[in-house]
Design a protein around this ligand. Structure first.
Ligand SMILES: [Mg+2]
Length: 186
């Protein structure tokens, strides 16, 4: 029985790497097509961007409202969320800077998901520390470290395949499969 669905944004529902790569490509730092990052610190380890510069770009990305305009990775997201049993609480949990809360909320509204989201949590804390219990919760996540920390506390996780975790995933769980799984368990 699943009581709660916890959805990640960047890398699951929202295309962060595409927008970030496009932003820095305007300064000639990267090619806009080089957006399939094979690790989370791709700009540093592959492009050779100094850490300080990476942080500055991340700050500018948040400050200038780019999180509001990210491409939706799952075009059917609102339809699929609407098919969840009403008893399932939907939480969007993202490790974005807390200052991006309003932009994140707008993004959910733009893509018709706000009406299905019971709670939006925008935090810089480790995700696994955010809720006191992960019982009866299904989590959809692309970050391998987060997946591991959720698994360590006994949570049920579906990892969304991405180039940065592709060698680790065992379940090709895109959002439709997540919805099917929640329905099956409800
Ligand atoms: Mg993510």
């Amino acid at each position: 029985m699943i009581d709660r669905l916890v959805l990640d944004l960047d890398g699951c529902l929202a295309d962060f790497t595409e927008a970030f790569t496009r932003l820095v490509s305007l300064d000639g730092i990267a090619n806009a097509n080089d957006r399939y990052w094979t690790c989370w610190d791709y700009p540093i380890s592959v492009w050779g961007m100094p850490k300080k510069m990476f942080r500055q770009y991340m700050d500018a990305f948040a400050r200038d409202g780019h999180y509001r305009n990210l491409r939706l990775l799952e075009p059917d997201a609102s339809v699929l969320l609407g098919r969840l049993p009403k008893s399932v609480q939907v939480i969007v949990l993202t490790n974005r800077p807390p200052s991006t809360y309003a932009d994140t909320e707008s993004w959910l509204r733009i893509h018709g998901m706000d009406r299905y989201v019971d709670e939006l949590i925008v935090t810089s804390r480790p995700k696994v520390d955010v809720l006191p219990s992960w019982e009866n919760t299904l989590i959809w996540e692309d970050n391998l470290d987060n997946v591991r920390s959720f698994v360590d506390v006994g949570a049920k996780v579906i990892m969304r395949p991405q180039p940065w975790n592709v060698s680790h995933y065992t379940n090709l769980g895109l959002l439709g499969d997540v919805v099917q799984e929640v329905r099956a368990w409800s």
